[in-house]
Design a protein around this ligand. Structure first.
Ligand SMILES: Cc1cc2nc3c(=O)[nH]c(=O)nc-3n(C[C@H](O)[C@H](O)[C@H](O)COP(=O)(O)O)c2cc1C
Length: 175
């Protein structure tokens, strides 16, 4: 099997992390994979907010938990970093473009031996007043909608998630 196909099949969502730092070089490689994703009309519309600052990471986790009314929990599962993908609200394919960027980044991280998990509710978090302030603080201008939070770190290998069996009857052919 090709390395790409093997990576597609062996990537899992990681929900337990160690504190070991991820290097800037690795983070850049993962981001680059996101930037190289296909996009509608080649517009390259998604942007990525790379959060390596612990205090902001914790604040985003807190805001995310509040959206679910689960205050006091960590929806980022202890992952030290989060790469937020946001879509330009004025681009019709923005959410699709952002989703593909997230997929590329998940695979790139897996190839580097790192763990990720797509965490939802970026839309609500970055639609909030504080979310918009954080974007502004990072230098983001324009109207952006959160697509997904990609939490990132070194997987704690004491947990080995396995893939659920693939559901049947999801493929149809016209030959
Ligand atoms: C759009 C989307 C939203 C998701 N949101 C969450 C989430 O909020 N919390 C979480 O723990 N996992 C989340 N996941 C991860 C899925 O639960 C996971 O991909 C699924 O269970 C399949 O497992 P796998 O990624 O290991 O194949 C999300 C995945 C996607 C694609």
């Amino acid at each position: 099997m090709s390395e790409v196909l093997n990576n597609l099949k062996t990537r899992r969502s990681i929900r337990k992390y160690t504190d070991e730092p991820v290097t800037d070089e690795q983070i850049s490689q993962i981001i680059e994979a996101g930037l190289y994703a296909a996009s509608g009309m080649g517009r390259q519309s998604p942007i990525i907010l790379a959060v390596t600052d612990r205090a902001v990471r914790d604040e985003l986790a807190e805001m995310n938990a509040a959206v679910m009314h689960r205050e006091g929990t960590d929806p980022f599962y202890g992952a030290p970093y989060v790469l937020v993908v946001l879509a330009d609200k004025n681009v019709p394919t923005g959410i699709y473009d952002g989703s593909l960027a997230l997929g590329n980044m998940m695979l790139a991280a897996h190839e580097l031996g790192l763990g990720t998990c797509w965490i939802h509710r970026a839309k609500e978090v970055f639609n909030s007043k504080r979310g918009k302030e954080i974007l502004k603080q990072a230098g983001v201008e324009g109207d952006y909608e959160g697509v997904g939070n990609l939490i990132l770190g070194h997987p704690d290998t004491s947990v080995q998630p396995s893939a659920a069996p693939r559901k049947e009857n999801r493929v149809f052919y016209i030959k």
